[in-house]
Design a protein around this ligand. Structure first.
Ligand code: NAD
Ligand code: IPM
Ligand code: MN
Length: 352
């Protein structure tokens, strides 16, 4: 038995529904591959905030550091400002553990219809810079309540930060189609984006077999809707990658199926696996959330922990469940979270 210590934060809203659903399937598939997932449940999130005034304990990040991976649902609730909940848990984890790559694959899944009439087969990966860029604490609010009231938000792009994410994306593209799209906005954002372009180009000079195309984010967003099948690896800044990954997920059928891996590629720190979607307060508590994004994130975690066969088996199981016609409401079906999960469990159990 190979044992891995995994910290679990189900968090808020549908996180509380899709995380346990995915864990049951992960345990089943792991056991069949001689893997023991030693889960440590961490009761952190908005309820913890209401009780203690913090999303996680003061030493929360030190506790997480003792684990091989982190499995997260989502955080965020309507009655607490997002800046408290997200900057109190999600973003500090990504930064402290240098999870500078947010890998967000998007694929056409069997039995899942794209809202587009002719999407074609989609198989792309958004490589989102995850530690800097537009997400910064630098800035401020001024002249509160006065006519001059204003807000300033700085974006920070470092040579080190852009280089490492561009290199990761180039290596990924080299192992796939050899095509890399870089999302930019150097026509309108005159300091950071030309710098992004320059550094990406410099990194790509070391990858003569990878063809680089820089596309302006506005046109790229439109093109992803019109021609999603043309894209393979897309490297993007923190904010652009965030937006593109929801968009691309929705184009394949639903953001409920989209997974993500917040990676520390050097493996000096734990990586974190969570769906692209949030806590979905509009459907939370109804038992109808799609667990595929969480399951697929779990498969990415198994792969990262060194168990590609187990990951493939889990992926095949949720794909088979979808293909059989069992689908949640977001995909036009009627299955509950529990019914879909049960169907995945059965497929794993029966595939002896
Ligand atoms: P959301 O992703 O939670 O929901 C957007 C829409 O997609 C909703 O209509 C929702 O019902 C639907 N949806 C999302 N996941 C689904 C699933 N698994 N199955 C079926 N339908 C699904 O985005 P939002 O409503 O903008 O954000 C809600 C809260 O979540 C906010 O507080 C936000 O900041 C937070 N959030 C957290 C994370 C995270 O923790 N990583 C990510 C995104 C948003
Ligand atoms: C995501 C989320 C977060 C992000 C928010 C909730 C801060 O949208 O993980 O995609 O923008 O990174
Ligand atoms: Mn997002």
């Amino acid at each position: 038995m190979t044992r891995h210590r995994v910290a679990v934060i189900a968090g808020d809203g549908i996180g509380q529904e899709v995380v346990p659903a995915a864990m049951g399937c992960l345990d089943l598939v792991a056991a069949r591959h001689g893997v023991d997932l030693d889960w440590r449940h961490l009761d952190w999130g908005s309820d913890h905030y209401r009780e203690h005034g913090r999303m996680m304990p003061v030493d929360g990040l030190d506790i997480l550091a003792e684990h091989d991976a982190i499995f997260l649902g989502a955080v965020g609730v309507p009655d607490i400002p997002d800046v408290e909940t997200l900057w109190g848990l999600l973003i500090p984890i990504r930064r402290r553990f240098e999870q500078y790559v947010n890998l967000r694959p998007v694929r056409t899944l069997p039995g899942v219809r794209s809202p587009l009439a002719e999407a074609g087969p989609i198989d792309l990966v958004v490589v989102r810079e995850n530690n800097e860029g537009e997400y910064s604490e630098i800035g401020g609010r001024m002249y509160h309540g006065l006519p001059e009231e204003s807000a300033v938000q700085e974006a920070v792009f470092t040579r080190r930060g852009v280089t490492r994410v561009a290199r990761y994306a180039a290596e990924l593209a080299a192992g796939r189609s050899g095509r890399l799209t870089s999302a930019t906005k150097s026509n309108g954002i005159v300091h950071t984006m030309p710098f992004w372009d320059e550094v990406v180009r410099e990194v790509l000079a070391g990858f003569p077999d990878v063809e680089l195309r820089s596309e302006l984010i506005d046109a790229l967003a439109a093109s992803l809707v019109l021609h999603p099948a043309r894209y393979d690896v897309i490297v993007a800044s923190n904010l652009f990658g965030d937006i593109l990954s929801d968009l691309a997920g929705a184009v394949t059928g639903s953001i409920g199926v989209a997974p993500s891996a917040n990676l520390n590629p050097e493996r000096r720190h734990p990586s974190m696996f969570e769906p692209v979607h949030g806590s979905a307060p509009d459907i939370a508590g109804q038992g109808v959330a799609n667990p595929v994004g969480q399951l697929w994130s779990g498969a990415m975690m198994l792969d990262h922990l060194g168990h590609p066969e187990a990951a493939a088996e889990l992926t095949a199981a949720f794909e088979a469940a979808l293909a059989s016609g069992v689908r949640t409401r977001d995909l036009g079906g009627t299955a509950s979270t529990a019914e879909f999960t049960e169907s995945v469990r059965k497929i794993i159990e029966e595939s002896a």
